[in-house]
Design a protein around this ligand. Structure first.
Ligand code: BTN
Length: 248
């Protein structure tokens, strides 16, 4: 018998799909997913605000914990690579790439961001909330984001159907998680990384102990860490943001 498709809860507006997923866990067992047409309190990584007007995809999947904590960064990288591949196939393009640790970019602008949180809610126990903000139809970003953010509509010059993309993203996330938890992901991840990362061999800047450091990217380690050659040897970055010294 085929596995039943996880429920997708769709809302017109929410504070944050992350909070709504946590609320639903009080009564619904994972896996399931939540989307909102807009968010009033969208949050990004490092405590940043996620600009969430109508027209884009705001998505959170609640997934039963089936992998060790240390594997979480590798899963988010894997899911970002698979989603970038899926969106490139849908748009018949090669324009989208994955910027470590797990953003989807086009050129020098961000299109999508990912956030993973582990929570414990009674009675469901430990659950992984895996969230995606994907800019679909925003035409004009507020000044503070305009230089570094874009949307699929701006890139491909036509609007995107949010409902169709939601379903595609949900299917991709659930399939990626199943493959990852079953351990059958390594070759796929490596091939997708080679295809969609644009950092290898390039000089990047990153923060370490409140200092700006620089190094050349060598590749990724088996846990998803970024390996960077610096004047002091190889550095292994496990989290944080990196910037290309010179943009693509
Ligand atoms: C990032 O900073 O790159 C991650 C952004 C994650 C945004 C998504 S939108 C859906 C979900 N709800 C939120 O409040 N944040 C995440």
């Amino acid at each position: 018998m085929p596995t039943p498709r996880p429920t997708l809860f769709e809302y017109p507006v929410l504070g944050s799909t992350l909070d709504q997923a946590a609320e639903l866990l009080k009564t619904h067992a994972p896996p399931f997913a939540v989307t909102a047409a807009a968010q009033t309190n969208g949050r990004g990584r490092h405590g940043r605000v996620w600009h969430s007007p109508e027209g884009n995809l705001y998505f959170t999947a609640a997934l039963p914990v089936g992998l060790p904590m240390g594997k979480l960064p590798l899963f988010t990288l894997y899911a970002a690579l698979r989603l970038a591949h899926n969106l490139n196939r849908t748009t018949h393009s090669r324009k989208l790439w994955v910027k470590w640790p797990n953003d989807i970019w086009c050129g020098h602008k961000k299109v999508a961001g990912f956030l993973a949180e582990l929570i414990t809610v009674k009675p469901m126990g430990r659950t992984l909330l895996f969230a995606i903000g994907l800019n679909l139809n925003t035409q004009k970003f507020p000044t503070e984001f305009a230089l570094r953010a874009t949307s699929l509509k701006k890139i491909f010059r036509h609007p995107f159907d949010i409902s169709a993309v939601s379903r595609r993203v949900a299917a991709e996330v659930f399939a990626s998680y199943e493959l990852f938890c079953s351990g059958k992901y390594e070759k796929d991840l490596y091939l997708l990384w080679v295809r969609y990362n644009r950092l290898a061999g390039r000089v990047i800047k990153y923060d370490k102990n409140q200092k700006v450091c620089r190094g050349r990217v060598e590749g990724i380690a088996s846990d998803g860490a970024l390996c960077v050659r610096t004047s002091k040897g190889i550095e292994t970055l496990r989290s944080g943001e990196v910037t290309l010294s010179k943009y693509l």
